[in-house]
Write a new protein. Structure first.
Length: 496
């Protein structure tokens, strides 16, 4: 393959199961909008491939049909459309997108991965096997497009079979890259699925797609891809251990020379306290005192006692064990007696939801909980809270800790994954050199989290220290530009 020296020579097919603003369930949707756009700003020709969920097809204007597939393997009939992502305030600036319109697989109520009751769709193997297969076709000589990529960038298990399809394709091969946003989700299905998806039985092997007697979409991507990227340097190391390898640590350790970690960026246009329309009052690092107006608004909206002097902690995330809610539930009564306040937004496991609501009833005016998701309120919590809590057991990258620093809301985080890579612990040394931007706790235990909360409260009472922490965080650059440059460099190194 000839050497590729310039970004303008890069053609990237970016395969994803979700992209903001069309469809989003988590951080992958944000990344899939922001990273391709940032790469295009560097001159790379990046185009997306995504399933045609109802929201996706309804949101795209000026679609153009470019291919029909009435009989591909065991997949139902489908067509392919080309369009562009809607232009918004953020950085998803009209990125070209290819959409798989397969009504029998994607046109249904519920979410991308689960039905209205939160249960996985029983045909997810076929649904995302099709996404993977089309990715491989568009990367091959059999593509119905004149455009050809020289890099295929896959994301999580939903596109994990693409490198396998590419490996077993008899024609010209191009480079594939597998991005891991969360190794815990692996796309595991019965072995009979292999034949249904049109993959050879020779792939059902420990050195292939086989995973403890089943098949794993993610393992296929990790094994057959040319390179693996995780969303933070620390997470790239963590997934090679028993603790966070989820059964794949041996494979990953064996491929350690082909694994890189790149921190995600954030959309600094959408997340900007100086212009954010969701805030009660905009503010900046030069006018940080105006942040207090947002604190008052948040206290009023959440039913907390209005008090400018009591430290207010915020938390926005899925209510799951991974996010450390078991620890939070144990220390919340102590937090309320410090005194301090807590505002929680999110939903998830029913038992956690119920226990959080019970805490709110037990500590009215001190602990407030809103079950569900509210985009406006999530921005106001970032802008109105004094400190943001992220006691995650593991966090491949995390975005809220970056939003928090940008909003002058020093976060308290567990020292794992991307949290460790993006938050500088507040110590006398880091305060002196101007790098301190938040707080770390190291042991996943209630006492360790409570000690961290006490450190935050103590620092909050020292107004000079607190202002310095806020300004340090607000001055940090979390834009996608540097991350996109790192991806570009890896693309070029793989092609050279």
């Amino acid at each position: 393959m000839p050497s590729i020296a310039l970004s303008k020579d890069l053609s990237v097919l970016y395969i994803t199961s979700e992209v903001h603003p069309l469809i989003k369930t988590g951080g992958l949707g944000d990344v899939s909008a922001a990273l391709p756009a940032a790469l295009r700003a560097l001159g790379a020709d990046v185009r997306l491939l995504i399933p045609g969920y109802p929201k996706v097809l309804a949101s795209l204007r000026y679609k153009r049909k470019f291919a029909e597939f009435p009989n591909l393997l065991n997949f139902p009939p489908f067509v392919l459309w080309s369009a562009k992502l809607p232009k918004g305030k953020g950085i998803s600036k009209g990125t070209p997108i290819f959409v798989i319109d397969c009504p029998s697989l994607y046109q249904r109520s519920g979410g991308p991965y689960t039905n209205t009751n939160g249960k996985d769709w029983p045909d997810n193997a076929l649904r995302f096997g099709l996404l993977s297969k089309i990715g491989a076709i568009l990367a091959s000589d059999d593509s119905p497009l004149a455009w050809r990529p020289n890099i295929v960038h896959c994301n999580d298990w939903q596109s994990g079979l693409t490198p396998a399809y590419m490996y077993f394709y008899q024609g010209k091969k191009i480079v594939s890259l597998m991005a891991v946003h969360n190794l815990a989700f692996q796309g595991v299905f019965p072995p009979s699925t292999l034949t249904q998806l049109g993959l050879p039985s020779t792939g059902f092997h420990i050195n292939g797609i086989e995973y403890y007697g089943n098949i794993s979409f993610l393992k296929a991507g990790l094994f057959y891809s040319d390179h693996i990227i995780t969303v933070s340097p620390t997470y790239a190391k963590e997934i090679q251990t028993i603790t966070l390898g989820f059964g794949l640590q041996g494979l990953l350790a064996g491929r350690s020379d082909h694994i890189s970690g790149i921190i995600n960026g954030i959309d600094i246009a959408e997340w900007d306290p100086a212009t954010d329309p969701c805030l009660a009052q905009n503010y900046s690092v030069k006018k940080i005192t105006a942040k207090g107006i947002n604190k008052r608004a948040l206290q009023q909206i959440m039913g907390l006692a209005v008090d400018p002097d009591i430290p207010l902690f915020g938390m926005v995330s899925r209510h799951t064990y991974q996010k450390g809610y078991d620890l939070l539930l144990q220390v919340a009564p102590f937090l309320a007696r410090l005194p301090a306040q807590l505002a929680v937004l999110g939903s998830g496991e029913g038992s956690i939801d119920r226990e959080l609501v019970a805490l709110e009833k037990k500590y009215p005016g001190k602990i407030a909980v809103k079950i569900g998701f509210d985009e406006t309120l999530s921005h106001l919590i970032e802008g109105g809270a004094d400190s943001f809590l992220m006691p995650s057991r593991f966090e491949p990258c995390g975005l809220n800790q970056m939003y928090s620093q940008r909003y002058g809301t020093p976060p308290l985080v567990h020292a794992t994954g991307g949290l460790l890579d993006t938050v500088v612990d507040c110590t006398p040394t880091t305060l002196a050199d101007g790098s301190a931007s938040g707080f770390l706790f190291y042991e996943m235990a209630p006492g360790s989290l409570l000690s961290g909360i006490q450190r935050v409260v103590d620092a909050y009472r020292n107004k000079t220290t607190w202002r310095q922490l806020q300004r340090n965080g607000m001055k940090k650059d979390f834009s996608w530009h540097s991350s996109a440059m790192a991806y570009r460099d890896i693309y070029l190194s793989l092609l050279s």
